[in-house]
Design a protein around this ligand. Structure first.
Ligand code: CO
Ligand code: CO
Ligand code: CO
Length: 303
């Protein structure tokens, strides 16, 4: 536990370890079926980030049965099961409690070869940094709550959050990468900071190369910034050099994500191959967003 990784890994034999993780949260979209899909994609993501293969899952449900119709829960679970089926994960049980606030998620068990576990450490100077999904889901969700977001952007954000990191994970394992994490509540820069803390490396991030949802900049300018953004900034700003970067862009780079993409450190000679394979396989938003440097150490320079 000295360096918290995305999921817990427990070695069973020389060639088999289990990967365990748990994640659940309150709805971030109105449609129950879509929420179920997103919650499952989000819960499985930590296993994919560590190079594991999720095998079984258990539902975690908190439901206000006195105020919400049971059909809502049925639709959430249906969305969840469909997403598990897509992932090849078997639902083996679960637990539900009465709760005034609806929550849904999973406890997940997967497998990984003990020598092929991918962690947040392991990035090397000269590596390229690659991100597999767009960012801005926190800002867009805030705009949705404020009734500001249009149908099109709501749909594309929901689609992205419901997309499994399965394909991206399989391809990065085929190509071979040095480090990986998934982008969630701490935002792109927050999770990037976890990869360089207590290390001998630093990151350089090209803000213009970071894939962002359309309208994110516009909403951020209008002040549609979730509370988590400022907490993320306060927590990590000492490690980030962002002179010359617009405040709005910094907010986006610290925007808390739900079911975000994988953030991968890959050697420079493999980076183009990895990007091409991802795009071929339909991970079309993937982009190279920066590189690993040996100086300045434990700092992120945003350009
Ligand atoms: Co994670
Ligand atoms: Co998690
Ligand atoms: Co029980």
């Amino acid at each position: 536990m000295e360096k918290a990784d995305d999921a817990g890994v427990y070695k069973l034999t020389d060639d088999l370890a289990i990967v365990q993780t748990v994640d659940f949260f309150t709805p971030i979209v109105d449609d129950p079926y879509t929420f179920g899909q997103i919650a499952v994609a989000n819960a499985l993501s930590d296993v994919y980030a560590m190079g594991g293969k999720p095998l079984t899952a258990m539902n975690i449900v908190c439901f206000p049965s006195k105020t919400l119709d049971i059909s809502v829960l049925r639709d959430i679970l249906r969305g969840g099961i469909d997403k598990m089926r897509e992932a090849g994960v078997v639902l083996v049980g679960g637990h539900s409690v009465e709760d005034p606030e609806l929550k849904y998620g999973l406890s997940v068990t997967g497998s990984v070869h003990p020598k092929r576990v991918l962690t947040k450490g392991g990035a090397r100077p000269g590596d390229k940094l690659l991100l597999t999904k767009r960012i801005g889901t926190g800002i867009i969700s805030t705009a949705v709550k404020g009734g500001m977001a249009g149908e099109q952007v709501i749909k594309s954000v929901a689609q992205s959050m419901a997309a499994l990191n399965k394909t991206a994970s399989e391809i990065m394992l085929q190509v071979g990468v040095n480090a990986c994490t998934d982008i969630t509540g701490f935002g792109l820069l927050g999770h990037a900071c976890e990869m360089i803390q207590d290390s001998r490396i630093g990151f350089r991030i090209h803000s213009a190369s970071v894939p962002i949802f359309p309208e994110t900049v516009e909403f951020a300018r209008m002040g549609m910034i979730p509370g988590g953004t400022n907490r993320n900034k306060e927590f990590r700003s000492k490690m980030v050099d962002s002179a010359g970067i617009a405040d709005v862009m910094l907010d986006i780079l610290f925007d808390p994500q739900t079911s975000g993409g994988l953030f991968v450190s890959v050697s420079a000679d493999k980076a183009r191959l990895l990007l091409a394979r991802l795009k071929e396989a339909g991970v079309t938003d993937a982009a190279i967003v920066g590189e690993v440097v040996s100086h300045p150490k434990q700092r992120i320079v945003v350009e």
